[in-house]
Write a protein that binds this ligand. Structure first.
Ligand SMILES: [Zn+2]
Length: 251
């Protein structure tokens, strides 16, 4: 079910890692940001879109991880965009993404995964400001819809997942800190924050998301225990936390 979070902005959450698909009304129609995840989700999203009765004109992928590169034929054969670096990485890793998608969720149209092209310099049909940064994944971008007071954060600032560094690239701690700084600046124009996974944050919860991610990254830097609520004893991302610690030590 689509939930409206601001004027012309709707979110549908999947069961799979509470992934958020975001629907944004642009000038000429709807833009789907990171639609997901399994076949049933994508079908239901198509039903929801049919009820809105506004055509889908484009897609946007916040970053080139498989769960943010999905599509369904019912959304239409429209251009799907990412940053230039994101589009390149998505194409390079397409087969790997298809394999991971097939192993992780059912009914995903694998042949449509990762077919993204670089966003034109003027943003084309994607409204707002695309904020590209170097944290989490190559070519990762947030989208600031300042006129609606909404920041779409991709895989940053999740209340569910801890920050996930990109272990394949050096300097991820600094990259993460820089990205949080840029998103914090952007969030001055937003009172709704939509992360890629987990609950949408509103009002004072937005600042709390930044505080939690800053605290986690600071702890990695100090090689201290992050004492993070998202890291309980059963948290499935404990291995990710260990990888983060290794990446932080390597600098
Ligand atoms: Zn994700």
């Amino acid at each position: 079910m689509l939930k409206q979070v601001a004027d012309g902005v709707w979110v549908r959450q999947s069961e799979w890692v509470l992934s958020n698909a975001t629907v944004v009304r642009g000038e000429d129609g709807l833009i789907l940001v990171d639609p997901g995840i399994d076949g049933r989700d994508l079908n239901e999203l198509a039903d929801d879109l049919a009820r809105l009765a506004i055509p889908v004109v484009a897609g946007f992928s916040t970053h080139p991880h498989w769960d943010h590169l999905l599509w369904h034929a019912r959304f239409g054969d429209v251009p799907r965009y990412a940053t230039s670096a994101g589009a390149r990485a998505a194409s390079d890793a397409r087969e790997r993404g298809q394999k991971m998608a097939a192993e992780s969720a059912s009914g995903i149209p694998l042949e449509l995964l990762g077919l993204v092209t670089p966003l034109p310099a003027d943003g084309g049909p994607v409204p707002g400001e695309v904020i590209e940064h170097q944290a989490h994944a190559i070519g990762h971008a947030a989208v600031l819809l300042a006129d609606r007071g909404v920041l779409l954060a991709g895989d940053m600032l999740s209340g569910l997942l801890i920050p996930i560094l990109d272990p394949r690239r050096p300097g991820q701690l600094a990259a993460y800190e820089a990205a949080l700084g840029r998103l914090e600046e952007a969030a001055r124009h937003a009172d709704v924050l939509v992360p890629g996974h987990g609950a949408v944050a509103q009002g004072i919860e937005v600042a709390a998301r930044f505080a939690a991610d800053h605290a986690y990254i600071d702890a990695l830097r100090r090689e201290a225990d992050p004492a993070d609520e998202r890291l309980g004893p059963d948290a499935p991302w404990l291995p990710v936390h260990q990888r983060n610690q290794e990446a932080a030590r390597e600098g």
